[in-house]
Structures are given as C-alpha cells and as structure tokens.
Design a protein around this ligand. Sequence first.
Ligand code: C5P
Length: 244
Amino acid sequence: MTHTASFAVIIPAAGSGSRFGGGDKLLVDLGGLTVLQRSVALFAHRPDVRHITLVTAPDRFEAYRSHLRSIVSPDKLHFVPGGRERWESVLNGLRSLSSLTPPPLFVGIHDAARPLTPPAIIDEAFRVTVERDAALPCLAEPATLKRMGENGCVAATIDRRGLYQAQTPQCFNVAKLLAGFEKLHAANQLADVTDDAQVFERNGWPVPISTGSPLNLKITTAADVELARAIVASSTSTDSSHAR
Ligand code: C5P
C-alpha cells in the first residue's frame, strides 16, 4: 500500500435477494465464513480503512452485529438503514459519513454480495482514487453479446469492443460524490441509477477505470454460490500446498 489516506467503506446489504430464491444469501457459508463475513473481512484490517458502514434493514442490525463480531472491531462498524433502491441505501450511508470522526476523505462502496475481491483490486482502486478522485474496477467483456428480440430469437449482436463489466469497490472523493448525489436527488435523476459511478458520469466528472477480476464475482443466484465455493476451495488448497 503506497498511501495513508483515510477511507470509509460503505457496504450496501439491503437488497431483497429476489433472484437468489429463498433465504438470506449473505449468510450462506463459503468454506467456513459466510458471504457477509468475507465481504466485511476484505476491509476489516486494512490500515487505510477507518470505518465500515453496513447498510441494511434495521431489524437485521443486531443479528449482523453479532455475526460480524469475530471479523471486525465493533468500534469500526456502523449500521445505517437501507432504502428501497440501491441508490437510496448508498445515499443513506454517504449522508451518515459526516458524523464520523475523523470524517473520511474517500469512500469505497462495495456490494455485500462480492465476498472474494482480490486485495490487489482494492489496492489499485484506492490508489487511483487518491490520485484522481474516483476509480471503477472493471473487467473487459469476454463474451459475444446478443440482444434478444420479442420472438425469443437473436435480434442483434452487440460490438463488445470497449465494453466493460462494472465491479466494486467503486471509490470516490466523499465530498464530491455526496454533492453529486444531492444534486441528482434534488433533480429527481436517481431513479434509474444502478451503480455509484453513474453519479459522477451524470455530473460530467471523469471516472478512471482500474483493474477488475473474474474472481470478484457477485453472488446473485444459487449457481454463483457453487462457483464461489469452488474458488474458495481452490485457494485454500493452494495456500496449504504453499505452506508444505
Ligand atoms: O440489486 P443488486 O444486485 O444490484 O444489489 C447490489 C448490492 O446492493 C447488494 O449487496 C444489495 O444488498 C445492495 N442493495 C441495497 N439496497 C437495495 C438494493 C440493493 O443495499 N435497496
């Protein structure tokens, strides 16, 4: 790590998980730790992260607090109520940052459902943010993309050159992101915003792209859990073979 700037991390975790099909996907076990424990652990011991704000329904605060006791020191962990849409959850989290001491200069916003982000992805996103006020970890789109027509057949092939999948942590200068959010909120222009970089984009501010990773998967369906378990199992067996 080459910087000592203070980051807060907001972890939006207030989604309904409707595409997961039953149960709280954040409490699913991935090789001895849950999805949520792993996502929080990514930031818990970083010296550049002073605060972690978990955004979720108030009736989960106590359960999640005790669930995370072994992962992060309680004075570093804060809880904020979620909203109906992801952007509302993030805005609630952002507004709460001004009451922290010391107030953070930078923020990383990381989906609770991304438990396996490689540390190097976070290091680079933070470094770029300190230099340029924002960073968006992205993965070049590897697939050939099709648009489906109303008849269930291919209507078009999309040129994938220059297309990237946006990942998290998406990182920003806190004051700038909050100002951008409040401006769009006042103008009623947040309804279709699905990630935080769009707030910078809509204000005309540059969003530098940093390196993403296929390992930084978002747990959305039950199949993603199988994939995540396989990744954890293979990294555990690699670790133990290195130790031998
Ligand atoms: O819905 P989507 O998959 O984009 O959600 C990404 C992240 O945002 C998840 O971690 C989810 O819990 C969170 N979220 C939220 N509040 C909402 C909707 C989603 O915190 N209202």
